[in-house]
Design a protein around this ligand. Structure first.
Ligand code: HAX
Length: 427
């Protein structure tokens, strides 16, 4: 990885000095007050992490290295990985190198298949993904370097090697899990003439390698690649990595958080919801029927999957990208039509209802309907798709954190008794 590694190297001195200077010259500058509501409310709004790969503004949505995500949807995820790590768009030489790097280790060793084949068939595909990745930990160059006593200044290099190995295998692993879990026949071996996304589409068995499904995957893998540092999966992976656990421990830890229904599993729930509407109304409902159904759910204190967000206060631009893709490629699809109708009606109802801070659709509202359209009907697998993409962001963050010598994460926790005492002392 000459080009990528040298590019990071050229940036390193300045970035390390900046971090040192924060610790030396600005350590006591206050960034805000901690409120009790934040302590009992999941640390919402509490600034406590640094993340330069991407940011999420409430009124705009995701920017990767300050580029709006909608400007990146035509590119390859390999290029986004370079952008996440360096803040720059790769030139031709770097693009070629990355294309090769993402292909180089795409064959998964047999001991990993043995582990997966030993698992009960009702294991969730996210469990299979995590277990498959963790099984590869024995190959970690980072851990070997640490055990050899490598200096901590140099550990980011084997971390980058581990991440490239992991990323070039994760699509092969995920595709095989899809075929194994959903009885699709033999595993399909990777090809060496395709890019990361097209190869993934091919190994899933849903594409010849270069068609609209591959285009959808290319965009899907870009759109889900990163979402700042404070979400459950990124923060968990960062915390685990901060203990100098290697990426084969840290990424699965983050993915296990992604598997939760309030985080990545939501896309599975969204499609389930859309299909339940189709079944209930025997097709696409009339507008009023849909509105009544939404109200019925809200009155039963059920959420409307695919709408709302902890940070965003506008339509998620990633939803917009999927919605545009659907309009261009499958506007007549019944499931997509329901997604479209929900997009038109749910925000109005949620505004009338008056509870959700953000009535607009999030990324999960449309992605499943497109995967479904192209033949991936097993929605238990959707979070795996999300996880494959999010591996790009989490790997970038962990490489940068090792390169910048980020310390172990260790916030302070207090007992409830102590919290009572602190409240009394401050009120
Ligand atoms: N439907 C109905 N009610 C909703 C709602 C929705 N889509 N979104 C929020 N609300 C309600 C909340 O349940 C909450 O009600 P209570 O006060 O009775 O508890 C109230 O509005 C205020 O919540 P909020 O501040 O707007 O939202 P949160 O930051 O607490 O939660 C969630 C954000 C995404 C979890 C939430 O909007 C939700 O549950 N949405 C539906 C599930 C979903 O689409 N999840 C995917 C999120 C995208 C993502 O991160 N993917 O990885």
């Amino acid at each position: 990885m000459n080009v990528l590694q040298s590019k990071i190297e050229t940036q390193l001195d300045a970035l390390r000095s900046e971090r040192k200077s924060f610790a030396k010259n600005s350590a006591d500058v206050k960034l805000g007050d901690i409120k009790v509501g934040q302590v009992v409310g999941g640390m919402r709004g509490l600034t406590g992490l640094l993340c330069d790969t991407s940011s999420v503004a409430p009124d705009e949505g995701l920017r990767i290295r300050n580029k709006p995500i909608l400007d990146l949807t035509a590119g390859r995820p390999e290029d986004v990985f370079y952008l996440l790590l360096t803040g720059e768009t790769p030139d031709e030489e770097a693009r070629d190198e990355l294309l090769q790097a993402f292909r180089r280790h795409s064959s998964v060793p047999s001991y990993v298949w043995n582990v997966l084949e030993a698992m009960p068939i009702d294991s969730h595909p996210m469990v299979m993904l995590s277990v498959g990745l963790m099984a590869m930990e024995r190959e970690s160059r980072f851990r070997q370097a640490y055990d050899r006593g490598a200096s901590k200044e140099d550990l980011w290099v084997p971390m980058l090697e581990d991440c490239l190995l992991l990323l070039s295998r994760i699509t092969t692993l995920a595709a095989a899990i899809y075929r194994m879990k959903f009885d699709k026949g033999e595993r399909i071996a990777p090809r060496h003439d395709l890019d990361w996304s097209a190869n993934f589409a091919y190994m899933l068995g849903l594409s010849e390698g270069d068609d609209k499904f591959a285009d959808l995957l290319r965009m899907y893998l870009v759109l889900h690649s990163d979402h700042g540092g404070g979400n459950v999966s990124a923060m968990t992976a960062h915390t685990v990595g901060s203990a100098l656990s290697d990426v084969f421990y840290a990424l699965p830890a983050g993915l296990n958080g992604l598997a939760g229904p309030l985080h990545g599993l939501a896309n599975q729930e969204c499609l389930k919801f859309v299909l339940s509407i189709r079944e209930r109304f025997n097709g696409v409902p009339e507008t009023q029927q849909l509105r009544d159904y939404i109200w019925e759910r809200l009155n039963n204190r059920q959420v409307i999957p695919g709408f709302g967000h902890a940070v965003l206060r506008v339509t998620d631009p990633r939803f917009t990208a999927f919605h545009n893709f659907g309009n261009a490629n499958c506007a007549d699809d019944e499931v997509f039509k329901i997604v479209d109708l929900l997009f038109q009606e749910v925000p109005k109802v949620l505004i009338e209802h008056g509870k959700a801070a953000n009535p607009w659709p999030n990324v999960d509202a449309a992605s499943g309907s497109l995967l479904y359209h192209y033949g991936m009907k097993e929605f238990q697998f959707y979070t795996v798709m999300f996880g494959v993409s999010r591996a790009l962001g989490i790997c970038s963050q962990i490489v940068l954190n090792r390169a910048l010598l980020s310390p172990i994460v260790r916030p302070k926790a207090v007992t409830t008794t102590k919290l009572h005492e602190m409240i009394a002392a401050n009120s």
